[in-house]
Design a protein around this ligand. Structure first.
Ligand code: ARG
Length: 478
């Protein structure tokens, strides 16, 4: 603990200026409190949004007659200077700069003196930080959605060039039915399409300005929340000042969007891990997207794919952590809310890196068509085609299932080729044997959305249109 008199002296000595609240807490702040509560190292990335928010606030104060035209010009000029200093690295942070908001206001006040001291009129860091974070989230989530589309475009490209290549589709990781490689790749593409949707929907919902809510209750001064909202490009302003400063739903939603995106990337990653094993042999990784072993000279490891799998845990953790932070918080602002930014920024950073790395991995991997098709050519994967062939000739499906199941069983037990048993079966015969020919089964998946060539061709068209439409949505939101 710090004694009042010593504290005030220490605050000046240590920080070179007194804290924003020195009028009330003249005793100064203990060093450990500053160390514990400082968030500048995290929230300094909100600098440009903080300055944008301050510009809008200053113009609003001008419209309300709280600043003269000259004062508005003076403050805007000081904000320009601060922006320049932050951009070129000449901004000198003071030891007492608790967060980016404090730092910017301190510097504006140094530059613009008494006028600078008017910057925070009618504003609290509570509405300020919520405004900054929403501006940041709008831009970054939209950009991230664009990066997801880039990965989808690569999946589409690889799907298109895969042509007629097929591989086993799996259930329970057991070979089930052959599917076109294009179909398999686009399956990941469609799950990513929902991620794009979610990110853009989150952006629409968070597009609300909290500026003008003040600390929690609004103000006695003639502020202009509608004007500042449209000045900042928000869709509208808050309806309730308490809600405006305490709402972090948008961060939680964004963290969910990113966690689920992470789960999708981890599933994609897991397949590249499997496919690049010698056992599968479906994919050969490009050297640039693989790593070696420090000990075993022969190793080529799929670390990018493994990290996509591993880091999904961290993304889920960030979501869970914030949900726990928010749970049970009373209205309105509580300092707990400062804990929103670190997980949010981390999830954004990790998602950006994961998307870039996986985009590279997918675009450079050499798919091994021979191995894929060989694995899909076993006669057993055509079992369903035999059963459906019988159904087409009037046999109830359950009976057909049992007939073919019996043949597969006999083939394995008696070591007789399935084709021989099919040929000899009274309900099947030589015509049905053709179904077992390599490459035939996949062509028989003809239903819409199915894994066969015609359906996949139609799917490619729809997916292409979807990506074009999403690109347009992202550009419009940017
Ligand atoms: N750094 C704080 C945060 O990120 C800013 C708001 C501080 N407000 C307050 N009343 N102490 O939440």
């Amino acid at each position: 603990m710090v004694s009042r008199a010593r504290g005030a002296w220490r605050a000046v000595e240590r920080f070179g200026f007194v804290t924003l609240w020195h009028g009330r807490l003249a005793g100064g702040t203990a060093d450990v409190v500053m160390d514990y509560s400082v968030s500048l190292h995290i929230d300094r990335r909100l600098a440009t949004d903080d300055i944008a928010g301050s510009r809008a606030h200053v113009r609003g104060l001008g419209r309300g007659g709280l600043l003269s035209d000259t004062e508005v010009v003076e403050l805007l000029a000081a904000l320009d200077t601060v922006e320049g200093e932050l951009a070129d690295g000449s901004f000198v942070f003071a030891p007492g700069d608790e967060d980016i908001h404090t730092a910017v206001e301190r510097r504006v006040t140094e530059l613009a003196g008494d006028t600078g001291a008017k910057l925070h009129t009618g504003r609290s860091r509570n509405d300020q930080v919520a405004t900054d974070l929403r501006l940041y989230a709008k831009r970054e989530l939209t950009a991230l959605a664009g990066q997801v589309v880039t990965l989808q475009e690569v999946l589409l490209e690889r799907a298109t060039e895969a042509g007629a290549i097929y591989l086993p589709g799996y259930t329970h990781l057991q070979r089930a039915q052959p599917v076109l490689l294009a179909h398999h790749l686009m399956a990941h593409g469609w799950s990513l399409a929902r991620d794009v949707d979610r990110l853009l929907a989150t952006v629409v919902r968070l597009d609300v300005s909290p500026l003008g809510a003040g600390a929690l209750a609004g103000s006695s001064l003639p502020l202009d929340p509608d004007g500042t909202a449209s000045d900042l490009g928000f869709g509208g302003r808050f309806e309730n000042s308490l809600d405006a400063v305490s709402d972090r739903d948008f961060v939680a939603e964004a963290l969910f969007d990113l966690a689920l995106l992470g789960v999708h990337l981890s599933r994609l990653g897991e397949e590249f891990v499997l496919w690049s094993t010698e056992e599968f042999g479906f994919a050969r990784l490009d050297d640039a997207f693989a790593t070696g072993s420090s000990m075993l000279p022969q190793k080529k490891n799929p670390d990018v794919a493994e990290l996509a799998r591993g880091k999904s845990g961290r993304l889920i953790g960030n979501l869970t952590g914030l949900m726990v932070t928010l749970k049970g918080l009373p209205l309105a602002y509580n300092r707990d809310l400062q804990e929103d930014k670190e997980p949010f920024f981390d999830s954004l950073d990790q998602s950006r890196l994961a998307l870039a790395a996986l985009t590279g991995l997918v675009s450079t991997t050499a798919f091994q068509a021979g191995r894929m098709e060989e694995a899909a050519n076993g006669p057993a994967v055509a079992a369903i085609d035999l059963a459906e062939w019988l159904v087409e000739r009037g046999m109830p499906f359950r009976q057909a299932h049992s007939v073919v199941g019996g043949l597969v069983h006999d083939s394995l037990e008696r070591h007789v080729p399935l084709a021989e048993l099919v040929e000899g079966h009274p309900a099947l015969g030589i015509d049905a044997v053709a179904l077992l020919e390599p490459g035939v089964a996949v062509t028989r998946r003809t239903t819409p959305g199915g894994a066969g060539p015609a359906a996949v061709e139609a799917q490619v068209t729809r997916f292409t249109h979807r990506l074009e439409a999403d690109r347009i949505r992202i550009t419009a939101a940017s």
